[in-house]
Design a protein around this ligand. Structure first.
Ligand code: UD1
Ligand code: CA
Length: 447
């Protein structure tokens, strides 16, 4: 039997945040969600989260995870005290207990598998994950004997200067034999710099404890402050970008771009600097994105070009060109070969194939046929202060510069709208609609 317990009751004072530390976002999920995800595949028999500080918030955040048990720790008197709260919950449990720190978010599922295997192969009482760090500052130091057993873990605050030089650190990830741990938990004491019960003290008490050094020390980076959070974000981003480069995506300046873990990018896509791809965005082959683009849950077909623009929750078909400075808002559907130019905003509208909306327009709640040409400054006046209304423009129609189409309104196919018109009535196929005051001309106005 395997039980997993994630320590998540602490406040995270060093973050200086009103959020509990484990709910800080990293990429598009929280630290705690990441930790839970890293052990998902182990299919543990019991899965527990130890909560305390702002427990309600954390329980609410994880309420959709089936079978997850919440164990309350109040007050929070250290990581050993947190594990002590499991005594009653695991009273009749026999097997291994995997303990994970809720603030170590980059752990790979494979590493946890290796940890459990190492533990079983050596029939140890406890096995912990360690790493050699160039800068071990802030971490507990791990001391071993010459047979690979761990003799002691000393927190940095409790280390003397010599002990601080040890670069082997405790990651805060442990596999315990629960029955052995259970027996020694009552003996934990708070004789240390913080006056807390330390889970790390159990290692020496258990005697037969081993450690496994991780292959990539970045996996066990802990998050105690904002700087460490940003370092984890950087590592995560680097990993995602490297993945897409392996898959055939070009980044001109990778470190200036951020990419969500949930997106999908085709082959021979070029991503220019300062581009951010968020949510479940999907980008087809040979697109050229950026510089300066934000995509949020955007679906792009093949060979789409976007520059200095924002596209959210919208679908753009093959061979469309967008930008610079376009804002494509939710529920836009832009068909093949359209051209959307500068200072154009499109919302909840279909733009038929081969249409052009090139300059300074707002198209909202509209449906445009194919080959429509929207003149500079054309506005669909879709909102009367209470309700939104629809605009329909048939194929091959053309609006002059500065037209206002007051919705609801229906323009047929092949319609021409004169520049500067304010239209409030429908226009039949092939008609010219023009509504503007006549030009007055006074000759010789100035002598
Ligand atoms: C801990 C380890 C240290 C290790 C480091 C790895 C101890 C005593 N020290 O130090 O050896 O190098 O992690 O990142 O364990 N928590 C509770 N209840 C509490 C206190 C903390 O649930 O009463 C939770 C926190 O929410 C957090 C985790 O335990 O998720 C670790 O606590 P933290 O205070 O960050 O420990 P470190 O000082 O980083
Ligand atoms: Ca920590």
């Amino acid at each position: 039997m395997l039980a997993v317990a994630v320590l998540a009751a602490g406040k995270g004072t060093r973050m200086r945040s009103s959020l509990p530390k484990v709910l800080q976002p990293l990429g598009e999920s929280t630290l705690l969600e990441r930790v839970l995800k890293s052990c998902d595949h182990l299919k543990a028999d019991r899965e527990m989260v130890i909560v305390g500080h702002q427990a309600n918030l954390i329980e609410e955040h994880l309420k959709d995870i089936e079978g997850l048990e919440f164990v309350l720790q109040t007050p929070q008197k250290g990581t050993g005290h947190a594990v002590k709260q499991l005594e009653s919950h695991l009273a009749n449990f026999e097997g291994e207990l995997l303990v994970l720190n809720g603030d170590v978010p980059l752990l790979s599922p494979k590493t946890l598998e290796r940890l459990i295997k190492e533990h079983r192969d050596h029939d140890a009482k406890a096995t912990l994950l360690t790493a050699h760090l160039v800068d071990p500052k802030g971490y507990g130091r791990v001391f071993t004997d010459n047979k690979g057993y761990v003799t002691e873990i000393i927190e940095e605050r409790d280390c003397n200067n010599d002990q601080k030089k040890n670069t082997l650190i405790n990651s805060g990830i442990y596999c315990f034999d629960w029955e052995s741990l259970k027996e020694i938990l009552p003996q934990l004491n708070d004789n240390n710099a913080q006056g807390e019960l330390y889970i790390t003290d159990t290692i020496a008490m258990l005697g037969k404890s081993r450690h496994l050094e991780v292959e990539d020390s970045k996996e066990v980076n802990g998050v105690n402050n904002r700087k460490q959070l940003s370092e984890c974000e950087e590592q995560l981003q680097e990993k995602i970008r490297n993945h897409w480069m392996d898959e055939g995506v070009t980044f001109i300046h990778p470190s200036s771009c951020t990419i969500s873990e949930n997106c999908d990018i085709g082959k021979d896509v070029i991503i220019e600097p300062q581009t951010h791809i968020r949510g479940k965005s999907k980008i087809g082959d040979e697109c050229h994105i950026g510089p300066g683009v934000i995509l949020q849950d955007a679906f792009l077909g093949k060979r789409v070009k976007v520059i200095h623009s924002v596209i959210s929750m919208s679908k753009v078909e093959n061979d469309v060109c967008i930008g610079p400075f376009a804002h494509i808002r939710p529920d836009a559907y832009i068909e093949e070969h359209c051209r959307i130019g500068n200072f154009v905003e499109i919302k909840k509208s279909r733009i038929g194939k081969l249409s052009k909306v090139n300059h300074l327009s707002y198209i909202g709640d509209a449906s445009l046929g194919s080959k429509v040409n929207i003149g500079a400054g054309t506005i669909t006046a879709n909102y009367d202060g209470e309700k939104k209304h629809k605009t329909y423009i048939g194929e091959k129609s053309k609006t002059g510069a500065n037209s206002v189409l007051v919705a609801p309104i229906h323009l047929g196919n092949n319609v021409t709208v004169g520049a500067g018109s304010i239209l409030t009535k429908d226009v039949p196929d092939s008609a010219l609609a023009i509504s503007r005051s006549k030009q007055l001309l006074k000759e010789n106005w100035k002598k």
